[in-house]
Design a protein around this ligand. Sequence first.
Ligand SMILES: Nc1ncnc2c1ncn2[C@@H]1O[C@H](COP(=O)(O)OP(=O)(O)OP(=O)(O)O)[C@@H](O)[C@H]1O
Length: 136
Amino acid sequence: MDSKNKYQTSKNKDFFQALSHAWDGLKIIFTKENNFKSHLVTTGFILVAGIIFQVGFNNFMWLLSACFLVLNAEVINTLFEYLVDLVLGNKYDPLAKKIKDVAAGGVLLTSLFAVIIGLIVFSPVLTSIFKAFVNS
Ligand SMILES: Nc1ncnc2c1ncn2[C@@H]1O[C@H](COP(=O)(O)OP(=O)(O)OP(=O)(O)O)[C@@H](O)[C@H]1O
């Protein structure tokens, strides 16, 4: 199948064709899903904060991992939303609700993990800000 054929349903010919489809997938989720955009912006702020406050290599890796887990959970959530919509369209189905809600629950759970990691990593910074605020 020609790689320029937008109706391709067969396997990709090479790694670069697969990469271009994966990039298309990221563009879709970035342009269509506002939650993904917010998570990406938050990831940027957290990583910049990690650099500014010099949290150390290991802590920075924890922050990086937690942020990318949240982004990945959002990708999986969107995937299930698209699958349900593909199969059902606007038809209501209690199982579809379960699928979408469980996928959204996965994002929430991962986000809670990221918040806990953030609080642990930035606790020295937060403590010194709190002390400075109390002493002022
Ligand atoms: N076909 C359906 N049948 C039953 N319930 C549905 C169906 N589609 C959506 N829902 C319910 O409506 C809610 C909102 O649907 P939507 O597709 O916007 O998911 P969402 O998790 O809110 O999306 P996002 O992650 O983009 O904020 C879902 O969580 C689910 O409870």
